[in-house]
Design a protein around this ligand. Structure first.
Ligand code: F6R
Length: 370
């Protein structure tokens, strides 16, 4: 049931710290930060032979897959492509026994993803499913499965399933790195420890959402909201825009910030709300600095800037009309915390517009037709 919340969506947003912790449970914290993914029954010897990873998924799960690409390439140095399941087969993709395909699906019944995975298996690729529904079709037809432990997701718009998909993607990326013995062994141990701290950060974000709700209500009459991100912040921007489209029925678009000057900047006009996901200032300062210039560029053209940045990041303060602070988190893991304010924002804005958030118009929880 809704556990006292007005909607399943609000309950599921609030469930996220537990969902994240449950998905990590029993899989990390072995000896010296080793990962144990016993249920991934693809032999380590097979995983060591993999020479390419392809991630397939739809919608929100596709955004998790986009983030997986950064993590997999960084921690394994294997080339990785992420592709919309609905486009995959038609491209005649190059797959063989040394390709690992990762199919991500909350429901495990999405027809586009199922057809893509069947195609991959016909070509001899090994398929690992990341799925939230025990015994559903996608894991049954895969070589192995890593279940997300989000619990049942009832609201049509995906929230807690997305966060747990991210956790599962990080686990797979780190596990592949571990099995293949890349030179990142020390980093892998550190990240495993950092992952175990993220549930607490998600909880802290949830406790500071009142100003975000207030801001969302004040934007109920807007026609358009844009979202900008770079690196792993780009899929977060796409996810923020998707949530707003499906719940608030508003025109919302996510862009890679570097693309701004290649077209989208022409959309900026006085008072247009633009949500900007700012990378961590630590470590990858080039990314961070570029994002700060992007905020200055859009603000100079009249945008109303809604900036999601890490606590203690003073550099963005002068350019933020609204500042949403999130706990400092390592760059690759930041989507786990940066996405949460965007979920709250979309849910509150939709409610302010009088929409029913659990059952948005025209949408179904599981899309079983192609
Ligand atoms: C968006 C949303 C959809 C699903 C997509 C894939 O909030 O829920 O975009 O993510 O239909 O569904 P699954 O993960 O069940 O394959």
């Amino acid at each position: 049931e809704k556990g006292g919340y007005p909607s399943f969506m609000l309950k599921e947003i609030a469930d996220q710290p537990k969902a994240v912790a449950d998905t990590l449970l029993g899989r990390i914290g072995g000896e010296e930060g080793e990962l144990r993914l016993d249920e991934v029954r693809i032999a380590p010897s097979v995983l060591r032979e993999v020479d390419k990873v392809v991630v397939i998924a739809c919608g929100t799960a596709f955004h998790a897959g986009m983030i997986a690409k950064y993590a997999i390439e960084h921690w394994t140095r294997l080339p990785c492509e992420t592709e919309l399941a609905s486009e995959f087969r038609y491209r005649d993709p190059i797959l063989d026994q040394r390709t690992l395909v990762i199919a991500i699906s909350q429901s495990g019944e999405t027809m586009d993803t199922l057809m893509a995975l069947r195609h991959a298996r016909e070509q001899g690729a090994k398929v690992l499913a990341i799925c939230n529904t025990n015994g559903s079709t996608i894991p049954r037809e895969s070589d192995a499965v890593l279940y997300t432990h989000a619990g049942p997701e009832v609201a049509v718009a995906s929230t807690k399933a997305f966060l747990t998909q991210l956790v599962a993607c990080y686990l797979v990326a780190l596990y592949l790195g571990q099995v293949r013995g890349t030179k990142w062994a020390d980093e892998i141990r550190t990240v495993v420890r950092q992952l175990s701290e993220v549930a607490g950060s998600v909880q802290r974000v949830l406790e500071t959402m009142e100003p975000v709700r207030e801001l969302a209500r004040s934007l109920a009459d807007q026609d358009t909201v844009l979202f900008l991100g770079r690196h792993v912040g780009y899929p977060v921007a796409l996810e923020g825009a998707l949530k707003l489209k499906e719940l608030a029925y508003m025109h919302a678009e996510g862009f890679a910030a570097g693309e701004l000057k290649h077209g989208p900047i022409a959309l900026i006009e006085d008072g247009l709300p633009v949500v900007v996901v700012v990378p961590s200032p630590q470590g990858r300062s080039v990314l961070h600095d570029k994002m700060v210039s992007n905020i200055q560029e859009i603000r100079a053209r009249g945008a109303r800037t809604i900036v999601i940045a890490e606590e203690g990041d003073e550099t963005v303060v002068p350019y933020a009309d609204h500042l949403i602070l999130i706990p400092a988190t390592p760059t690759l893991l930041q989507p786990l915390v940066a996405t949460v304010p965007l979920q709250v924002f979309a849910c509150e804005l939709a409610t302010a517009r009088g929409n029913e958030v659990d059952q948005p118009r025209n949408l179904a929880k599981s899309v079983t037709v192609e």
